[in-house]
Design a protein around this ligand. Structure first.
Ligand code: DC
Length: 218
């Protein structure tokens, strides 16, 4: 199996790029953030707050999260229900960042991610793919961009969906989430020693995709 790991902070363009690389190579795209988001949705629906680690550890056992593909798109199933339309809100983003510090949540989702990569050629994106989930990945990319550029991208995405948003709030959220993702005890976001660093601030999507395809071929 050929496994590509793409890690980096929120809004660096990981999912857009990973999807295109997967499509061009005929691989499966695995968005691990969507799994953490589905878990966060489950916890929110059960009125659990980020400040209740014991309840999170206990309740997460009841969440059956799986991934299926429909017309080439990843669909996340939470206890059999398609939750793709419910996991992109700021509330779920913040809960996902907070609940993903929990060791029981991570153990459950990492096992699922490793199984997917054993069965298929994958492009998997997240925070700990190169460091923990797929330490032997064939190609590892650490993709980042400046905070200002990432906030602007998030703003444009939300505005395009017709959602009300404030760029300063988005920027503050991104900074808070980066801090939490990079400083948690278990599997913090960091560049793997053997990952290739890419800053997409001044690159187009096509340029980043082209560079990764070259690296796969080379
Ligand atoms: O990539 P994203 O914004 O959809 O991820 C949502 C949250 O999930 C993010 O704040 C951190 C967490 N996450 C993680 O801890 N490990 C991963 N492999 C992917 C996401």
């Amino acid at each position: 199996m050929y496994n590509i790991a793409i890690d980096g902070p929120a809004g660096a363009g990981k999912s857009t790029i990973a999807k295109q690389v997967a499509r061009r190579n005929g691989y499966i795209y695995v968005d691990t953030g969507a799994m953490y988001r589905a878990m966060a949705l489950f916890l929110l629906e059960n009125q659990i707050s980020p400040e209740e680690p014991e309840k999170i550890s206990e309740k997460c056992r009841e969440a059956d999260i799986s991934i299926v593909y429909e017309n080439g798109e990843q669909v996340v199933l939470l206890n059999g229900r398609n939750v793709n339309g419910l996991i992109r809100t700021e509330e779920v983003s913040n809960m996902a960042s907070a609940s993903s510090v929990n060791g029981d949540v991570r153990k459950k989702l990492v096992e699922l991610q490793q199984k997917l990569a054993e069965k298929s050629d994958v492009v998997m994106d997240g925070r700990d793919i190169g460091t923990c989930v797929l330490p032997n990945a064939d190609l590892k990319i650490y993709l980042t961009a400046s905070t200002g550029v990432r906030a602007k991208r998030r703003y444009d995405e939300m505005a395009a969906r017709g959602e009300k948003c404030d760029i300063d709030v988005i920027k503050a959220d991104i900074e808070e989430r980066d801090y939490r993702d990079m400083h948690r005890d278990i599997s913090p976001l960091k560049q793997a020693d053997d990952a290739i660093f890419m800053d997409s601030s001044d690159m187009t999507i096509e340029e980043v995709v082209g560079k990764i395809l070259e690296l796969c071929a080379g």
